[in-house]
Design a protein around this ligand. Structure first.
Ligand code: NAD
Ligand code: WQD
Length: 354
C-alpha cells in the first residue's frame, strides 16, 4: 500500500478537524473537506488558508448521511484515505436525544463506509473517545480497558468501533486506526483557530476562557467531593495541535498493518479542575472566579490515558503541556472574544472546487 497523499476529511470545519487540516496542509497533503456546518462555520477555512498560505482544497457542504452527495464527491476526486471527524459530540444533548446521536454518529459512519467501499477507498482514521471507558476507575487506562459507555454519545462511538472492527475482520482490504482522544483543548498558536462552542460551553476550557475574557461571570465547578487530591475531577488534557499532529502521524502509519488498531491519545497526566483554573489564571494574568456547585450528573472521578501504546507503535508523544494549552486558548479567546462570529465569509462561499 502506498502512503496516502489525498485525504478526505469529514467534519473538517470543526474544532479538531480544522487544526488537523492545518497540520496536513503544512505537510503537503491535498485535502477534500466535507462538513454540514451543524456545529461549525465555513469561516474557519479563511483562517486555515491564512495560517498555511495554501488553498484548503475542495470544500463541500453536505451531510455525510447523504450517500448520493457523498458518492459524487468520491466520483470527482481520487481519495487515498479518509479522516473521519464528523459527529455530534454533546454528551448532555445525547441523553435527551439519543436517536439523533445514533443516527448521525453511527449512521454517518456506515454511510461513509458504504461509499468508501463502492469507490475502493479502504483506509480510515476514526475519531473515537475516552468516554467509551465510562467510569473505569483510578489510574491510567490502556486500550484493553473494557468499554462501559454511560451515555448515548459514548455508546455511539463504541458502536462505531465495533462495526469498524467487524468490517476489518470480514473485509481484509480495510485498514482502520481508531484514536481514542482524551480531552483535546487549546488552540492554534496563531490565535486564528480555536474552540468556539455555540451558547453556554459544555466543556471546561472554553468556559474558563469565556470567564477570563469577561463574557461570563464565574465558572461553575461541578463537585469538590471527589476522591482526588483537591476534591475536583481529574482529566487528561491534550493540546489540540498535538491531537492534530497525531492524525498526520497516523496517516504515515496507515499502511503499516492491515485491519483495525486502536490507540489512546492523551498526555498520560491527570489534572484537576482547580489545576486548570490555576494554569489559566497564570496564562491570562488574572484570577478566574469560580463557584463550587454539585457534581454534574454522569461525570466520572478520573479519566487518564495510558498513552504508551501509540508511543511504542509510532514513537509519537505529545509535546505541549497544560501551560501551553491555556496560553493558546487564551490567545484565541482574546483575539476572538465572540468566537468566529463576525469574521468575514470565505471569498468562495461554502464550496470551492479545485
Ligand atoms: P466539532 O463539533 O467541533 O466537529 C465536528 C464537525 O463535524 C463539525 O464541524 C460538524 O459541523 C460536523 N458534522 C457533524 N455531523 C456531520 C454530518 N452528518 N455530516 C457532515 N458534517 C458533520 O467536534 P470536535 O471537538 O472537533 O470533535 C471531532 C471528533 O472527535 C468527533 O467525532 C468527536 O466525537 C470526537 N471527539 C472529540 C473530543 C473532544 O473533546 N472535542 C473528544 C473525543 C472525541
Ligand atoms: C472536564 C471536567 C467537569 C465544565 C467531555 C466528553 C467526553 C470527551 C471529552 C468527546 C469535568 C468539569 C466542566 C464546567 C466544570 N468528548 N467542568 N465546569 O466531561 O471530561 O469530557 O469531553 O468525546 O466524551 O464527556 O470534559 O470539559 O466537559 O469537563 O467543573 O463548566 O471539568 O465536571 O470534571 P469531560 P469537560
Amino acid at each position: 500500500m502506498r502512503k496516502p497523499s489525498t485525504i478526505l476529511v469529514t467534519g473538517g470545519a470543526g474544532f479538531i478537524g480544522s487544526h488537523t487540516c492545518v497540520e496536513l496542509l503544512d505537510h503537503g497533503y491535498e485535502l477534500i473537506v466535507i462538513d454540514d456546518y451543524s456545529n461549525s462555520t465555513p469561516q474557519v477555512f479563511t483562517r486555515v488558508e491564512r495560517i498555511t498560505d495554501r488553498f484548503v482544497g475542495a470544500v463541500y457542504e453536505l451531510d455525510i448521511r447523504d450517500r448520493r452527495a457523498l458518492s459524487a464527491v468520491f466520483d470527482r476526486h481520487s481519495v487515498d484515505a479518509v479522516v473521519h471527524f464528523a459527529a455530534h459530540k454533546a454528551v448532555g444533548e445525547s441523553t435527551r436525544m439519543p436517536i439523533k446521536y445514533y443516527d448521525n454518529n453511527v449512521g454517518g459512519t456506515t454511510a461513509l463506509l458504504r461509499v468508501m467501499q463502492e469507490h475502493a477507498v479502504h483506509q480510515l482514521v476514526f475519531s473515537s473517545s475516552c468516554s467509551i471507558y465510562g467510569d473505569a476507575g483510578r489510574g491510567p487506562l490502556d486500550e484493553s480497558t473494557p468499554a462501559a459507555p454511560t451515555n448515548p454519545y459514548a455508546s455511539s462511538k463504541w458502536l462505531c468501533e465495533l462495526l469498524l472492527a467487524d468490517v476489518c475482520a470480514r473485509c481484509p482490504e480495510f485498514t482502520v486506526l481508531a484514536l481514542r482522544y482524551f480531552n483535546p483543548v487549546g488552540a492554534h498558536p496563531s490565535g486564528l483557530l480555536g474552540e468556539d462552542p455555540g451558547g453556554v460551553p459544555d466543556n471546561l476550557m472554553p468556559y474558563v476562557a469565556q470567564v477570563a475574557v469577561g463574557r461570563r461571570e464565574r465558572l461553575p465547578v461541578f463537585g469538590q467531593d471527589y476522591a482526588t487530591p483537591d476534591g475536583t475531577a481529574v482529566r487528561d488534557y491534550l493540546h489540540v495541535m498535538d491531537t492534530a499532529e497525531a492524525h498526520r502521524v497516523a496517516l504515515d502509519h496507515l499502511a503499516d498493518r492491515p485491519g483495525m488498531q486502536i490507540f489512546n491519545l492523551g498526555v498520560g497526566a491527570g489534572r484537576s479542575v482547580l489545576d486548570v483554573i490555576s494554569a489559566f489564571a497564570a496564562a491570562c494574568g488574572r484570577a478566574v472566579p469560580y463557584q463550587i456547585l454539585p457534581r454534574r450528573p454522569g461525570d466520572v472521578t478520573e479519566l487518564v490515558a495510558d498513552a504508551g501504546a501509540v508511543a511504542r507503535a509510532w514513537g509519537w508523544r505529545p509535546t505541549r503541556d497544560l501551560a501551553d494549552m491555556c496560553r493558546d486558548a487564551w490567545r484565541f479567546q482574546q483575539l476572538n472574544p465572540h468566537g468566529y462570529a463576525g469574521s468575514g465569509r470565505h471569498p468562495n462561499g461554502t464550496r470551492h472546487d479545485p
